[in-house]
Design a protein around this ligand. Structure first.
Ligand code: ARG
Length: 861
């Protein structure tokens, strides 16, 4: 033992002659790899001179002399470590694509390089003669991610080019040891190392197998877990933030023992970079001692495998009972909604305070439009010295060092953002505490609980906080209600164009909100994310579609280098997550979306335009929402024959009979007036009911589209009603609309103009009861639902068409959604109005007559 302890001293003594290493290569004394002293003589793992990634910093030139850069196609691709003059250790996945090893000729090794910008002074390059990868390597997650590169000619050793020591299979690196990873890889996910590409170093702690497995067994980013395999090693921190990243692969993880640096690991993979509970995974070099020795056999001088000193006590089992310390999110915790510990008030002399959010120790995110000087001139404001930031629980105001506007210089509404850097970082605790920011791929689940928070300039609206509670709508609803016509709906994992809150309470009439902007905070597992931003809506109503913040995460991390981007915490995607077909939104009318209903409609989905019209607490009629404050109903149902006074009428939307629709999604309105078109003679069949106030469009209350005329061909049509007027569970009966000629012939002489006749599909005749006057609807090819007619008194088959009343409806309801007729083929003009002679006599039974008529037209055709 003591002999081994003395060894490092001996090596130290001979180190000055190491420059002559290459010349001694032929020395016969070095041909015995088993001879420990001789092997140790091939010195390794000592940077000289000793001067001296994510969360790392610039390395000193020559501090890591074994670090090499592997180039392909003229650029850095991977890292590697020099282990002997002619050998570089790296990762297999750098060289294997789709199961095939890339040709060695395409690669070159750059040694002794520090900054990769400009001429690589002091560095030299070697061609690669061979790339060796273990036979059992298939992909990073299956392990054996190790490769050896034999250089075409030996490296020129010097102060900046020296080999590292390799551990023997028996070598044990103690858990918790601070080791160093180095490389020219990305400094954050999606953020490459900036010019001048100086080698980065980061201190990482070795994690025991059990501790690491414990972290990886908890679902993390993308809801994934991972089973570590023998030959893998973890290093990093449960809280993340310091890690290797893309481009560091193949590079070394080195630990100092007894004055020498041993390579414990090869950078292999991770889940994202620096994410919480996802430390970097390295190939454990000690596990590959035999393989490495086998590959380099006969090559002199080979790599050095110095004995570990002191030797590990044999027989001692590895501690596997390490307690698992998982890290919890450090951002987004609030004592209660509304008491936001990240709320930052930016005070610019001469203007009203502007609200933003603390996103890290030293950065505040706020609307760029709060700082007009930013927009009027390119340069940062000159009076930055006078700016102050007020944070919760801080005794004094913070000073501002820098103002960085969003990289999209236009600052359109979607990127109306600026970052302010504080002069001194604040200590994070319960308050101030940063808000969490979502990663690009974040999918806020439909039904997520959200709150509106102040953003930008404004005065708090007193007592209004309860009105700012919301649940997120599903992506389909959000895009199709507020997106663009025919747009495809982004599936989960693809950033949405908008996030839409559905408010828990009804809008308060006449209240106008006093803010310039809003932010949308959404909660997952008790952690709040800044999900979206939005300028003040011009209609004074609460905003309905927010610009998602997730698309700005890379700009924010790029500028702040440490904003708290947090992984998605809730993963129950529900039926929407399983939707595989890309969906497109049905066409819009000039007044926006109408007649939307998801297809296929999951259980419990409402017919959002179907209204219950309660007349004087007695009769209940069917009504159809045709505009934000108008419902169409059958005159005979809502007005007693002969009566001219408006009864007390209540309208309910967002109900589905007895089924348990949350109270918050139900809407009720009083009817303030009833409008009838001016008709001569007969009482007009259709009535428009004006509601006491507008209804916000939502999946439970949305206007239908209106049919512009002709009979929709090829559309599927339904009578939508209630089976039982007591429980009023909506039912739809499939029907086909007959041609005007068929209809005319069947009911010759008795039909008012503009009457439509339908035929029910087999067995569907009795689905809807008729006293409530059910509507006739069709679904267009584009997917929207259109109202075609309303039932005529007491009839199951006859409907008063909407289209003849188009002018009256459009004039009364400014925002009525009449579709453009072009989308609807009309019936071709039919020759004459001659009816087959037998029909009139058979008309006592419309069914029998219909059958006859169909028969006749078939034989004639
Ligand atoms: N596979 C990456 C590369 O090719 C290395 C990723 C390391 N990632 C991490 N989170 N530790 O460069």
């Amino acid at each position: 033992m003591s002999q081994h302890l003395l060894l490092p001293l001996a090596i130290l003594a001979i180190s000055p002659i190491l420059g002559a290493f290459q010349d001694s290569a032929l020395s016969p004394t070095q041909e015995e790899p088993e001879d420990l002293d001789k092997e140790a003589g091939r010195d390794c793992g000592r940077p000289e001179p000793s001067g001296r990634i994510m969360g790392g910093s610039d390395a000193q030139p020559g501090a890591w002399p074994w670090q090499v850069s592997l180039h392909r196609g003229g650029g850095h691709m991977c890292g590697g470590a020099l282990i002997a003059p002619s050998w570089v250790l790296s990762a297999a996945h750098c060289f294997v694509t789709n199961g095939t090893l890339e040709p060695a000729a395409e690669w070159s090794v750059v040694l002794g390089v520090h900054s990769q910008d400009g001429p690589l002074d002091g560095a030299h390059v070697r061609a690669v003669a061979a790339i060796l990868v273990p036979d059992n390597y298939s992909s990073v997650d299956r392990g054996a991610d190790v490769a050896l590169l034999r250089l075409a000619s030996p490296a020129r050793l010097g102060p900046a080019v020296r080999p590292v020591c390799l551990p023997r299979a028996s070598h044990r690196f103690a858990h918790g040891t601070a080791c160093w990873a180095t490389g020219w890889g990305d400094i954050q996910e999606t953020d490459p190392l900036p010019v001048p590409w100086v080698l980065q170093e980061v201190k990482l702690r070795l994690l025991g197998e059990a501790a690491c497995q414990c972290l990886y067994s908890r679902p993390g980013p993308f809801n994934l877990t991972f089973q570590l395999l023998p030959g893998m090693l973890c290093a990093g921190y449960p809280e993340g933030r310091r890690d290797t990243c893309q481009g560091d692969s193949g590079g070394p993880l080195v630990c100092k023992e007894g004055g020498r640096w041993f390579q414990a690991g090869i950078t292999s993979f991770g889940f994202g970079c620096g994410r919480r509970n996802r430390p970097g995974v390295f190939t454990a070099v000690a596990s590959y001692e035999a393989w490495i020795r086998e590959q380099v056999l006969g090559s002199e001088p080979g790599p050095a495998f110095p004995t570990q000193s002191p030797q590990p006590q044999s027989g001692l089992p590895e501690p596997t009972d390490e307690n698992c310390t998982i890290a919890l999110p450090e951002c987004g915790k609030a004592p209660r909604p509304g008491a936001w510990p990240w709320e930052a008030q930016v005070v610019v002399p001469g203007s009203r305070p502007c609200y933003g959010a603390l996103v890290s120790e030293s950065w505040v995110l706020a609307p760029a439009s709060c700082f007009p000087s930013l927009i009027s001139s390119d340069r940062a404001p000159r009076d930055l010295d006078a700016w102050r930031v007020l944070l919760p629980s801080r005794p004094r105001a913070e000073q501002v060092a820098r103002l960085v506007p969003h990289e999209n210089a236009s600052w359109d509404d979607a990127s109306n953002l600026a970052l302010l850097q504080l002069r001194a970082p604040v200590n994070l605790s319960a308050a101030p505490r940063p808000v969490c920011l979502p990663h690009l791929e974040h999918y806020f689940l439909p039904g997520s609980r959200c709150r509106l928070a102040r953003w930008g300039r404004g005065e708090p609206a007193p007592g209004a906080s309860s009105l700012l509670e919301a649940e997120l709508l599903g992506t389909w609803w959000c895009h199709c209600l507020y997106g663009s016509q025919g747009a495809s709906v982004p599936p989960p994992g693809v950033p949405p164009q908008a996030l839409c809150p559905a408010y828990q309470e009804e809008e308060v009439e006449g209240r106008c909100w006093n803010y310039s902007h809003w932010s949308l905070l959404c909660r997952e597992e008790g952690t709040w994310f800044l999900a979206g931003i939005r300028d003040f809506p011009s209609d004074c109503l609460r905003p309905r579609a927010f610009y998602p913040l997730q698309t700005h995460g890379s700009w924010i991390s790029h500028v702040t280098r440490g904003a708290y981007l947090e992984d998605q915490l809730a993963w129950d995607w529900g039926p929407e997550g399983e939707e595989t077909e890309t969906q497109t939104c049905p066409p819009y009318t000039e007044h926006g979306a109408c007649g939307l209903r998801p297809e296929p409609a999951p259980m419990g989905v409402l017919w959002p335009w179907l209204a219950e019209v309660h007349i004087a607490g007695e009769q209940v009629c069917t009504g159809i929402l045709v505009g934000p404050d108008w419902v169409l109903a059958a005159t005979h149902c809502v007005l007693r024959p002969g009566s001219t006074t408006v009864p007390y009428i209540e309208v309910y939307l967002g109900r589905a009979g007895a089924s348990p629709i949350p109270q918050s999604r139900q809407v009720s309105r009083l009817v303030t007036s009833i409008h009838l078109p001016r008709h001569l003679g007969l009482r007009p069949p259709l009535a428009l009911l004006e509601l006491s106030s507008r209804v916000e469009p939502s999946p439970s209350a949305l206007p239908i589209c209106l049919h512009p005329g002709g009979t929709p061909l090829g559309a599927s049509c339904w009578v939508l009603g209630w089976k039982d007027p007591q429980d009023r569970v909506p039912v739809a009966a499939a029907v086909s609309i007959l041609t005007p000629r068929l209809c005319h012939c069947l009911y010759q002489g008795i039909l008012p103009p503009g009457t439509l006749c339908v035929q029910y599909a087999e067995g569907q005749e009795d689905r809807c009861e008729v006293t409530s006057a059910p509507p006739l609807l069709c679904q267009t090819e584009g997917g929207s639902w259109v109202l075609v007619g309303m039932a005529i008194r007491g009839s199951q088959e006859l409907f008063a068409a909407i289209s003849p009343e188009e002018t009256w409806i459009s004039q009364t309801v400014g925002e009525a959604h009449f579709l453009t007729p072009s989308g609807f083929p009309h019936w071709l003009p039919e020759g004459g109005d001659l009816c087959p002679p037998d029909l009139a006599s058979a008309s006592g039974s419309p069914r029998a007559a219909l059958f006859l008529l169909l028969l006749i037209s078939l034989t004639q055709g």
